[in-house]
Ligand binder design. Structure first.
Ligand code: HEC
Length: 285
């Protein structure tokens, strides 16, 4: 059975005390009866209860409202976090997850992505082309820009190894690219990287970063996947790395896109980048 809360008893007692004095001869005035009456009568208390409450001996001097302790008052007046605000961390997490998906987050775990991104930063590319490849002093690599210039990685590899001063004034890349053909020197100087500062595999990794990570190039073809696997194995020391060899690269590159290229390598297997032609040969066998 319900008990009348202490403070209600006090309050009603106080009210009684103030207003009418003694008009309580109606009914049984014993505390237990009062309690029972209130339990059956619900929230609105009949006078009998009020009166009975006043008669409870352990509550001799009925006080008006107790002063609220300062810490309670502080707690009541303090601004509370609204209910909806509790959902914010949840949605932030959700957003982070969906965003991570679009940014190919799982692949970032791959050492190939980590190492190629680190090289892009440490070799100064990021300084002139933007950390995100958005461009700066040099051209941007995002939105397909870089593979519009160089349909195949090998021609880009040559361009970075040789730099732009060596072919100043000459057209390079795909002449039919949207936005117009590239002319070396038109935008400044792209430094050459055949100085021994980086190895062939490091150069390939940087090109991979510019194309796949920054440029969003489709990496799903078998040839591309094999190229990635090859870079991974060289990076892990399973296969040997080589010095940057501009002569070799020029023999591999496409003369249509690269001034001075022959497109006729002694051993196509030695050429950096995906090996499409062999894939096609294998497929047609
Ligand atoms: C000192 C600034 C600077 C640095 C460092 C630099 N670049 Fe460049 N890069 C340029 C400039 C300027 C151009 C355009 C040059 C021209 O007009 O021929 C360019 C052009 C390019 C192009 C041709 C893009 C196109 O669409 O025509 C590629 C690819 C490139 N850089 C890659 C790299 C890579 C990779 C690195 C790091 C290994 C790097 N750059 C470091 C300034 C820089």
């Amino acid at each position: 059975m319900t008990e009348i809360p202490e403070h209600l008893l006090k309050r009603s007692a106080a009210r009684r005390g103030k207003s009418t004095g003694d008009e309580g001869s109606s009914g049984d005035a014993s505390p237990s009866a009062a309690v029972e009456a209130s339990a059956s009568s619900g929230p609105s208390q009949p006078p009998a209860v009020v009166q009975a409450a006043a008669a409870i001996p352990r509550d001799p001097e009925p006080e008006p409202a107790k002063p609220v302790p300062s810490f309670v008052e502080a707690a009541l007046s303090r601004k509370r976090m609204p209910m909806w605000a509790m959902a914010i961390p949840f949605f932030a997490l959700l957003w982070a997850y969906s965003f991570a998906g679009t940014m190919q987050q799982p692949e970032v775990e791959d050492p190939l992505f980590i190492e190629s991104a680190a090289l892009y930063g440490s070799q100064g590319c990021a300084g002139c082309h933007g950390a995100g490849g958005g461009g700066g002093i040099g051209y941007g690599f995002t939105d397909g820009e870089v593979y519009a210039t160089f349909p195949e990685p090998i021609d880009q590899i040559v361009h970075i190894a040789r730099g732009s001063a060596a072919i100043s004034g000459e057209q390079y890349g795909d002449g039919a690219r949207p936005g117009g053909a590239r002319v070396a020197g038109a935008r400044g100087v792209m430094p050459n990287y055949d100085t021994g500062a980086i190895t062939q595999n490091e150069l390939e990794l940087i090109v991979f970063h510019e194309r796949a990570t920054l440029g969003g190039e489709d990496t799903s073809s078998e040839a591309y996947q094999e190229w990635m696997e090859h870079m991974r194995e060289v990076a892990e020391g399973i296969l040997p790395d080589h010095a940057v060899d501009l002569e070799l690269f020029l023999s591999c590159a496409n003369p249509e896109y690269t001034p001075g290229a022959s497109g006729n390598p002694e051993d196509p297997e030695e050429c950096p980048g995906p090996h499409h032609s062999e894939d096609e040969e294998v497929a047609s066998e």
